[in-house]
Design a protein around this ligand. Structure first.
Ligand SMILES: Cc1cc2nc3c(=O)[nH]c(=O)nc-3n(C[C@H](O)[C@H](O)[C@H](O)COP(=O)(O)OP(=O)(O)OC[C@H]3O[C@@H](n4cnc5c(N)ncnc54)[C@H](O)[C@@H]3O)c2cc1C
Length: 448
């Protein structure tokens, strides 16, 4: 490969912190707040101009239930619950009583609220600042290099949390990463203005999608809390492109926007004649479901998760089912804790159902929720580093369940708490006792 030589240069140290969090989705924000609440001086670095990650830039505005599957015990609390209450008070969140009793929020309100929480908790924030590389000395991460309008700068910290989604810091540190054979495909999301009453969008795509280059592919949509006449649309996938590769990601973004325009054209041609369909908001970043995973001491596995394996140092409780978007055939497969399993292809073109518990010969009551232990955050190297978010160490099925925000929010909180405890006690991630993390999480409001 042709190459040029970049001369070595001195990089000014622009910030110093106890804990530096890279990536400002709720995973990163919650990590930062938890560490700050335990007395740490925290710096949060985000490459975009807004906090919230995929929930904001990707317009993904659903959080799932905080209750167990029997709706008896609240199993998720902490910062997720705090944010839900605050959004509700601003009339920026509604509760939908469907199977997983989801919370539907206004992403623009979420990002404003996250700004406020960051400020109130004394977290130092750098927006429009991109992580570029990491510097380690022995088994410790010493600094990260970032780039922003001032140029290149170094940030020194005693602990680093990688919440970039794609495990960019872990990659540069040479930590072991892997990809699934079955990578869940991305989706472009947008807000559609226009009355859809009486319009069967799925039926229109089945009947006329080909005229607009829209395949018969599974998708979904919802409302946006507090907005009239606007729906959030996630109708199509983009297949065969890897979102952790620069050229593929560029192609995927452009193809995503073509699909969005195709759907609007279809509605303008075949939707209600009394309605003007228009794009009122377009995701600033494609909705990426999956890229790489970081190998850590514990790998979540589908069977243990769905059968509710318990741990004595849990950092996450969850109920969201295994939900795997197929990488190639426009289908989606769900497996619920109660045994139900469903696969749907296209816009409901074909469906297959069954019961995975009966098929596995399981009897007795199903689990009401699942857990993962602290060791899911512990790598084999670097005592002052943790990665939290969709790079979580999980097999395909377990990832299908863990990848939703109410779960990743908890991984963020646990990473922030672990960072603070490591620094307070002079421990490393590898020597830190998981029970102490669980108990500090509980003390800070988690329902573990
Ligand atoms: C279409 C779609 C629908 C979904 N539906 C739901 C749903 O209904 N409910 C649900 O809970 N989950 C849903 N998910 C899954 C969920 O949204 C994601 O798994 C989750 O948001 C990932 O969170 P994360 O923190 O790991 O990553 P991200 O949200 O991607 O956050 C990573 C952050 O790091 C920042 N970053 C990246 N690189 C750098 C850098 N170099 N320097 C600084 N910052 C950087 C990014 O800008 C971003 O803010 C959906 C996903 C998709 C794609």
């Amino acid at each position: 490969m042709d190459a040029i030589y970049e001369p070595a240069r001195q990089i000014p140290v622009i910030r110093e912190a106890d804990v530096c969090v890279l990536g400002g989705s709720c995973t990163g924000v919650f990590a930062a707040i938890r560490a700050a609440r335990l007395g740490m001086k925290v710096l949060l670095i985000e490459k975009e101009g807004m906090l919230g990650g995929a929930a904001v830039g990707g317009l993904i505005n659903i959080w799932h239930t905080l209750m167990d599957t029997e709706n008896r015990e609240q199993v998720i609390a902490g910062l997720t619950e705090e944010v839900i209450s605050l959004l509700k008070a601003r009339r920026a969140l509604t509760v939908q009583n469907n199977r997983s009793s989801t919370y539907n929020f206004n992403p623009m309100e979420l990002t404003i609220l996250l700004d406020e929480l960051i400020r109130e908790n004394g977290v130092d924030l750098m927006l429009h600042t991109a992580y570029a590389s990491a510097a380690a000395e022995g088994e410790r991460v010493k600094a990260v290099i970032v780039e922003n309008k001032d140029g290149r700068g170094a940030v020194k910290a005693s602990f680093f949390i990688d919440a970039t989604g794609d495990a960019l810091v872990a990659r540069d540190l040479g930590l072991p990463l892997y990809v699934h054979d079955y990578i869940q495909p991305p989706t472009p999301v947008f807000h559609l203005q226009g009355n859809l009453h009486g319009v069967d969008v799925d039926g229109l795509i089945r009947a006329h999608g080909a005229e607009f280059g829209l395949p018969d592919d599974w998708g979904w949509s919802t409302h946006v809390a507090g907005l009239e006449g606007i729906s959030m649309r996630a109708d199509q996938h983009i297949f065969g492109l890897r979102c952790d590769r620069a050229d593929d990601l560029t192609r995927a973004e452009v193809e995503g926007r073509r699909l969005v325009r195709g759907l609007v054209s279809l509605l303008q041609a075949y939707g209600r004649s009394d309605t003007h369909y228009a794009i009122s908001n377009l995701c600033s970043s494609l909705g990426i479901r999956e890229t790489v995973h970081v190998r850590t001491r514990f790998r979540a596995e589908e069977f243990a998760l769905l059968t509710g394996q318990r741990y004595d140092d849990p950092i996450l409780n969850g109920t969201y089912p295994v939900d795997v978007h197929h990488p190639d055939d426009g289908g989606i497969s769900f497996k619920y804790l109660d045994g139900t399993r469903t696969t749907i292809w296209g816009k409901g073109t074909r469906t297959e159902t069954g019961n995975w518990r009966e098929e596995a010969g399981l009897s007795g009551p199903p689990a009401a929720y699942y857990q993962v232990p602290f060791s899911i955050l512990v790598g084999e190297r670097y005592g002052n580093f943790a990665a939290a978010g969709r790079m979580v160490n999980a097999d395909t099925g377990a990832y299908g369940a863990l990848r939703v925000m109410v779960n990743l929010n908890q991984l963020g909180e646990a990473a922030g708490v672990a960072a603070a405890l490591c620094l307070e006690r002079g421990e490393t991630m590898q020597t830190l006792d998981g029970h102490s993390v669980t108990s500090a999480l509980r003390k800070g409001g988690s329902a573990l």
